[in-house]
Design a protein around this ligand. Structure first.
Ligand SMILES: [Zn+2]
Length: 559
């Protein structure tokens, strides 16, 4: 019996990411595909030329990150210089041209994955001999930039041939196609079909069709009544145990690893041809930047899963263009949009799946963390460019804050570390103390509602901070500023070890020294550990504040 429609029901997160991917691929090629509550449905006819649709999706979506695009997009510059007769072609333009020739064109044209595509492109152009004709242009001692323009014009003529070749229908199909295999698709699966180094079919489009698409068409025309087995995922009848999940990256379904009894179970895991096709679409569901991926496992409905993940992908690709690697910002922006859409979208805990270092990592973003992230948008936005250097690694504070919230951890450890760095190695700190106050604000929202914190308001941060600042002024007036570092260290130590007595002793001595009354805010600090740390860190932040922190007033007046 011939099915003319295929309906695929939602399952675990990885399968769902494949469904999102399959949906995206069909949508991109303007096929009819329905996303209902818990399934997607499309016509079998949509599988015609599916291999073209598959590659097209990746090429279109990730276009600007591809080396193919780096080569071809130079065309605009060539046109620009030619149109205004090289009037603004200066030394910077030459440097850019030379970098482009050396690091982009020559580098990629000679790479193995490009070489493997030339036969498939089937053109009369000998691209490798063109590559040999390209070389960088140097200005000799007695030459000016005008003198080398004829050389630039010659090089442009060769470059135009190269670019035309790459932009031709087959050039795009196979060069950009190779690009997406290695930069995107391989993040999700590997080892089979066009990712099998020993594959016999050199044309990856035909390879994909033979491997993933044809078996679905064969399967749908089979007489199911004679089939003895059932698919592990969708329960459809199937003929044999030929298809397993071992081609997927690090999911735990690796049948080649039989070492532990855990894996034995997976030897019985076999899937039907339809599910195999779905899993091949996983890379079109997850959003990637560099070798990192992000997927939001929202299984409340197919439509929600598609919507939030495409939002994440759009945000990530936007970030990528401005050369930022912050996948978290994409996540946060998507979440905040979701908040604005609250009426249509019931907010629940969401599972965040990250792909990093070739593995999947899972976090639950609780309703509470989501709320904190949303309420903290002003504070968070100020942290985007903040960071610090530790040994030889640069850490972004925004990412670390989101990471803590994802892990349901408060920010005290991070705040402590930043204050210690600010005191000991300020040159490695790309943040000022106003940013620490921002973090205390975020942390306050995170802690709010637990124990004694429920009774407190955010003004305790401002009061703690202002007390620190005025004590600093008092010390400065007494020309005793040099004592403040030692005091700050002692206070930080007391905060870290949660030693209220040590903290209060130090505070009392300080106020005795400047002959001032101890501010009342410290009474609140004694009532509860979280309050103690919040007020204590705000105080130390005020105490070590540098001259650069003029924007404190602004924050303290915000809600
Ligand atoms: Zn199945």
């Amino acid at each position: 019996m011939l099915e003319d429609k295929i309906r695929l029901e939602m399952s675990d997160w990885l399968y769902n990411s494949g469904l999102v991917g399959l949906y995206n691929i069909l949508k991109e090629s303007e096929d009819d595909v329905l996303a209902k509550e818990h399934y997607i449905e499309f016509s079998l006819l949509s599988l015609n030329d599916f291999e073209e649709k598959y590659f097209n999706y990746f090429i279109n979506k990730y276009k600007k990150s591809l080396s193919w695009y780096k080569i071809t997009s130079y065309e605009d510059l060539i046109e620009h210089y030619e149109e205004n007769d090289f009037k603004d072609f200066d030394e910077d333009s030459l440097k850019r041209l030379n970098d482009y020739i050396k690091d982009t064109v020559k580098y990629y044209l000679k790479s193995n994955s490009y070489k493997a595509a030339y036969d498939l492109i089937d053109s009369d152009m000998d691209i490798l001999s063109l590559e040999k004709k390209l070389s960088i242009i140097k200005i000799k001692k007695n030459e000016s930039i005008e003198d080398i323009i004829p050389q630039v014009k010659d090089i442009f003529e060769i470059l135009k041939l190269v670019i035309d070749y790459c932009k031709s229908e087959n050039g795009r199909k196979y060069l950009a196609g190779k690009n997406v295999i290695y930069t995107i698709i391989r993040n999700a699966w590997d080892g089979i079909c066009f990712l099998n180094p020993q594959t016999k079919e050199k044309d990856m489009y035909i390879d994909y069709k033979n491997y993933f698409v044809n078996p679905v068409e064969e399967y749908t025309s089979l007489d199911k009544s004679k089939l003895k087995y059932n698919c592990f995922v969708c329960n459809r009848e199937m003929k044999d145990f030929k298809n397993d999940l071992s081609f997927l990256k690090e999911t735990g379904f690796d049948v080649s690893r039989k070492s532990s009894h855990v894996w034995d179970f997976n030897n019985d895991v076999a899937i039907c041809s339809i599910c195999k096709l779905v899993y091949s679409c996983v890379p079109a569901g997850i959003a990637y930047v560099f070798n990192k991926g992000l997927y939001i496992n929202d299984n409340s409905s197919m439509r929600n899963a598609i919507r939030i993940n495409n939002k994440v992908k759009d945000e990530i690709l936007k970030e990528h263009e401005i050369k930022s690697s912050l996948t978290y910002r994409a996540l946060v922006n998507s979440i905040q949009e979701q908040f604005n859409d609250k009426v249509k979208y019931e907010l629940a805990d969401i599972q965040v799946v990250r792909f990093e270092d070739e593995k999947y990592r899972f976090n639950i973003l609780s309703r509470k963390s989501l709320q904190v992230i949303n309420d903290s948008r002003n504070d968070l936005n100020k942290l985007i460019k903040c960071g610090f250097k530790e040994v030889n690694t640069y850490f972004n504070i925004y990412d670390l804050v989101i990471d803590s919230l994802l892990n349901n951890q408060n920010l005290f450890i991070l705040i402590h570390k930043l204050l210690v760095y600010k005191l000991s190695i300020p040159k490695n700190c790309k943040f000022n103390t106003s940013h620490v106050v921002r973090m205390l604000n975020i942390n306050f929202r995170f802690l709010k509602g637990v124990g004694y914190m429920e009774k407190l308001e955010k003004y305790i941060i401002r009061e703690g901070n202002e007390s620190g600042r005025s004590l600093k002024k008092n010390y400065r007036d007494k020309k005793a500023e040099n004592k403040l570092n030692g005091i700050a260290y002692r206070l930080l130590n007391a905060l870290k070890t949660n030693n209220k007595d040590m903290f209060m002793d130090t505070i009392l001595n300080c106020y005795l020294y400047v002959q001032k009354e101890v501010p009342a805010i410290f009474l609140s600090a004694m009532r509860d550990d979280s309050a103690f740390k919040t007020i204590g860190y705000a105080f130390v932040t005020g105490l070590i504040e540098g001259k650069e922190d003029k924007n404190m007033e602004g924050i303290n007046n915000e809600k």
